[in-house]
Design a protein around this ligand. Structure first.
Ligand SMILES: Nc1ncnc2c1ncn2[C@@H]1O[C@H](COP(=O)(O)OP(=O)(O)OP(=O)(O)O)[C@@H](O)[C@H]1O
Ligand SMILES: [Mg+2]
Length: 244
């Protein structure tokens, strides 16, 4: 298995990555590897360092030490917009919608940031189709439910044609039906891009997950399938407990 995996292209790598806040080692010497076309979930208890690690990848935080390499480029100290310009789609927990504009217009704005206006128009239509947003495309986004707004944000990410997508808690606050639809959208995105998804909702992780990385106290506790993690004693102790 490991020999086979080694042949795939590495698209995200961290080496000895650390992010300290005063005496708190939020991320502590993390070596992480993501291969092309992977869909990787990051889980772990509150305060385990998932969001901090995520922010070191997206350029929202500058690591204390160590390196982040994205498709061969050292992005350790790069800003978020520089990382996005490499073809990385980022959805943080901070909403990113233009409230007075329609779904169409929001997605078009995102596509137009990187493409000429003709290509942006065709990408907007393709994205609306792919992400199944046709029935709401003319609505202004402030008329939408929480779940719908999240899907529009995913559409904005997709419209930039990223080859890597980074999502922090895409199903937070969603109903079961909304979560299930979000899982389908993420699988659709994964047909064209690799993803790293930070998430708490175990049902959601089971719907989408292939390989899962468990964080604990700033470090990687284990990496495996959700099935194997559910059976692992240490993973159960630190995190899963009743959630499994
Ligand atoms: N800006 C900050 N300043 C100081 N400490 C921080 C900061 N951000 C995070 N921390 C601390 O770093 C540790 C890791 O936090 P982080 O938010 O990365 O955890 P998490 O795994 O995302 O947790 P959750 O599941 O609750 O979202 C925690 O102890 C947190 O209090
Ligand atoms: Mg977090």
């Amino acid at each position: 298995m490991s020999r086979k995996r080694d042949k795939r292209e590495v698209i995200v790598e961290t080496r000895n990555l650390a992010m300290h806040f005063g005496g708190v080692r939020a991320v502590d010497q993390v070596d992480f590897t993501l291969y092309d076309k992977e869909l990787r979930c990051l889980i772990g208890p509150n305060g385990a360092g998932k969001s901090t690690f995520f922010k070191c990848l997206t350029g929202q935080l500058s690591p204390t030490s160590g390196e982040v390499i994205i498709r061969g480029q050292d992005t350790t100290l790069a800003e978020t917009h520089e990382i996005a310009s490499l073809g990385v789609g980022i959805k943080t927990q901070v909403p990113n919608l233009f409230d007075g504009l329609s779904v169409d217009e929001n997605i078009w704005m995102s596509a137009r940031r990187w493409k000429n206006s003709k290509r942006a128009r065709s990408l907007t239509s393709e994205t609306i189709e792919r992400m199944n947003l046709g029935d709401m495309r003319r609505k202004t986004v402030n008329q939408l439910s929480h779940g719908q707004r999240q899907w529009v944000e995913l559409g904005m990410v997709v419209a930039a044609e990223p080859w890597l997508v980074l999502l922090d808690e895409p199903a937070a606050g969603m109903t079961h039906e909304e979560t299930a639809r979000t899982a389908e959208l993420i699988k659709e995105i994964n047909t064209q891009a690799a993803l790293i998804v930070v998430e708490h909702d175990m049902q959601f992780i089971r719907m989408i997950s292939q390989q899962v990385t468990v964080f604990h106290e700033g470090q990687i506790l284990m990496e495996d399938t959700m099935e194997a993690i559910s059976k692992d004693r240490r993973a159960r102790e630190v995190y899963l407990g009743s959630r499994a």
